[in-house]
Design a protein around this ligand. Structure first.
Ligand SMILES: Cc1ncc(COP(=O)(O)O)c(C=O)c1O
Length: 435
């Protein structure tokens, strides 16, 4: 008979957890987005038709990984490449990434500046550990993906810079410059999760210059964690730039983070990397090594070969950018059509990533807050979206993130119709609108 463990555990699990774990862990929240996703799965299991626009992930049936990458992984496993990789990544992957950045971003980093990890998260977490002690000041924009959790773990005094739709949810140069004194780490992400917007080159250059100017006289420098996991997924003619391309003198302070997760739809492959000043790389390597959060060797080997095959990368990027744009454009046009017909919705034209900022102007019109709108939309229209509150924005301004990685164009059309029907049932159409 195996020993039945559950009968040996405390019954008051909340109290037992609080006394067993550290205060930081006790007060650490799980991902709110994943909480909503669980609710969606339950409704689907009950047989409801739900258009799931919550997760920043891809449905493999809609967005497969590149063939060259898939085949490379299989043949690396079959070829017996299954032992530990070096803690900071295979040399061939580090040099493939350095060459890729030189060609695509115009930045000539040495392979020794690259630290590979299991996705973008380990380099992000390692950066927090490298630069931030408890009580230090840290800063990011608002809304922001997961930064609140990292600040909590690091025990930092975090400042969220308030932004608005008018500035594409990015701060102004003045806001950043004013907040720099005493700040150890500034986290910036573009294209931005959750908004699907991109930072303007002039603003990014201004921020980079402000960091250079500030660091000239600061006791300890402000480091810039530049999260560019969506940089290849830009809409239309938009071009992504690193702050280092715009202001090269900022290079000693910039940690880029990146991954195969989004651009190559490979969220489950767990290959990401930091590209940082070479003198700091050994510290990131040590942290990633001690966490054991290196990327699987077969996936690293295949990523190196894929990045070297520029023809395959270009062909894949054409496909995925087209597929993402088809979905986001459909949503944007659909929502703006509803707006023209007098319904209380709005959106920002997607500029990059797999997201669109969508607004329901319903707070104070029968709805108390974004959570009430979210629950109503799920129940009445079978459409699941994430309020900006999941990205630390407190203002009940009606903004939501919509993600298109897990839906087909046909599902979007059906979802749009259901949203319009549900809105019409609220009888809020403006009298002067056409329809
Ligand atoms: C802005 C941003 N950075 C980093 C990540 C994490 O990427 P990975 O899955 O490679 O750890 C995500 C994932 O959603 C993200 O949106």
């Amino acid at each position: 008979m195996p020993i039945e463990i559950s009968s040996l555990l405390p019954t008051d699990t909340a109290a037992a957890t609080a006394s067993a774990v550290t205060p930081t862990t006790a007060s650490l929240q799980g991902s709110r987005i994943l909480g909503i996703a669980t609710q969606v799965r339950r409704l689907v299991a009950e047989g409801r038709e739900i258009c799931n626009l919550t997760v920043g992930d891809f449905r493999p049936g809609e967005f497969g990984i590149p063939d060259v990458l898939a085949e490379g992984i299989v043949s690396a496993v079959r070829g017996g490449h299954t032992n530990y990789p070096p803690a900071d990544g295979l040399p061939e992957l580090k040099s493939a990434i350095a060459d890729f950045y030189a060609d695509e971003l115009g930045l000539s980093y040495s392979p020794g500046s690259v630290c590979v990890g299991s996705g973008a998260r380990p380099p992000i977490y390692a950066s927090w550990r490298m630069f931030v002690s408890p009580g230090d000041r840290t800063m990011s924009c608002l809304p922001a993906w997961n930064v609140g959790y990292y600040a909590h773990l690091a025990g930092s005094r975090h400042t969220f810079l308030e932004t608005s739709a008018e500035t594409n949810f990015f701060p102004t140069v003045e806001q950043v410059a004013q907040a720099l004194p005493g700040t150890r780490l500034f986290v910036l992400n573009s294209p931005l999760n959750p908004t699907g917007t991109m930072i303007d080159d002039t603003v990014l250059a201004g921020i980079a210059q402000a960091i250079v100017d500030h660091n000239r006289t600061a006791d300890r420098p402000t480091m810039l964690l530049f999260d560019q996991v969506y940089w290849m997924l830009t809409a239309g003619s938009n071009v992504h730039r690193s702050p280092v391309s715009l202001v090269p003198e900022v290079a000693p302070y910039v940690i880029h983070v990146d991954a195969v997760s989004k651009a190559f739809a490979g969220t489950g492959l767990r290959v990401g990397w930091g590209v940082l000043p070479e003198y700091l790389q050994p510290k990131m390597k040590a942290l990633v090594g001690h966490m054991g959060s290196w990327a699987p060797r077969p996936a690293q080997q295949a990523t190196a070969a894929f990045l070297r095959d520029r023809g395959a990368v270009a062909a894949y990027m054409d496909d995925i950018r087209g597929a993402v744009a088809a979905r986001l454009d459909r949503f944007f046009d659909g929502i703006m059509g509803m707006r023209e017909r007098g319904l209380p919705v709005d959106a920002i034209r997607p500029q990059g990533a797999i997201y669109m900022s969508l607004r329901f102007e319903l707070v104070g019109r029968g709805f108390d807050d974004n959570e009430a709108i979210r629950a109503w939309l799920l129940e009445e229209a079978g459409v699941a979206i994430v309020p900006f509150q999941a990205f630390d924005l407190q203002a009940e301004s009606g903004w939501f993130r919509l993600s298109v990685g897990a839906v087909s164009v046909a599902e979007i059309d059906q979802a749009l119709q259901r949203v319009e029907d549900a809105l019409r049932r609220l009888h809020l159409v403006k009298a002067d609108a056409g329809a």
